[in-house]
Design a protein. Structure first.
Length: 215
């Protein structure tokens, strides 16, 4: 997935022929997401690349843990960024960029599931693709077991509760923002998050079965 940003930019992006604002070539200043999107709207492709690097991992994990298999998650992932790119000329700083991004992601996920229910994951897909090479084998096994249990528990949650949980934990969104992204009120978002947390705690509190060990 290292070349996704180049692929997106090369296939769907044609900057408008209008006069472009000239920005300094260096990006040493840390810009807010919305400022980067406005810079990209004015023709600064490096601003988009910064946005992509900042959010691609959390967005991909969100899509995987919503229950998509890996191929479907990558398809929806690219669809989300393509829509972000295509909408740049109409972008207005009326909300945080993450609200905009995950609203698009939420809608793309819903559209995809309506058309392709077969793409829901039947197995536990682990979005944490790399292990720390300095970890001891026992620690690696423990981490893998914990992730597998979390992913399995997530798949057992109702879709509405899983969505709120992931938007909160993976995307780092507040309850107010989650409510806006999904189109529900804050109390409903709070209730769904509470139920999801309680169910996950209960599932993870159950004794784990280690591979190769039988009681």
């Amino acid at each position: 997935m290292a070349t996704v940003v180049e692929l997106l930019l090369n296939t769907v992006v044609t900057l408008p022929p209008r006069a472009k604002v000239t920005y300094a070539q260096t990006m040493n200043v840390i810009y807010a997401d919305s400022a980067l999107m406005l810079r990209y709207k004015d023709g600064d492709v490096a601003a988009f690349e910064t946005l992509y690097r900042r959010h691609n991992d959390s967005l991909y994990r969100y899509l995987l843990r919503r229950g998509l298999n890996r191929d479907a998650a990558e398809d929806v992932f690219q669809d989300v960024w393509s829509k972000i790119i295509k909408s740049r000329n109409n972008y207005r700083h009326t909300a945080q960029f993450t609200t905009f991004l995950y609203r698009v992601a939420h809608n793309c996920f819903i559209d995809h599931i309506r058309k392709n229910k077969r793409h829901l994951a039947e197995s536990r897909t682990d979005p944490d693709l790399s292990e720390n090479p300095t970890d001891e084998p026992d620690l690696i096994a423990e981490k893998s077991l914990a992730r597998n249990r979390l992913n399995a528990a997530l798949l057992l949650l109702p879709n509405e509760q899983r969505d709120v949980f992931l938007l909160h934990k993976e995307a780092g969104l507040t309850l107010d923002t989650i409510a806006h992204v999904i189109g529900i009120n804050r109390e409903t978002a709070k209730s769904r998050l509470r139920y999801a947390m309680n169910k996950l705690r209960a599932a993870l509190a159950e004794p784990a079965e280690r591979p190769g060990i039988q009681s």
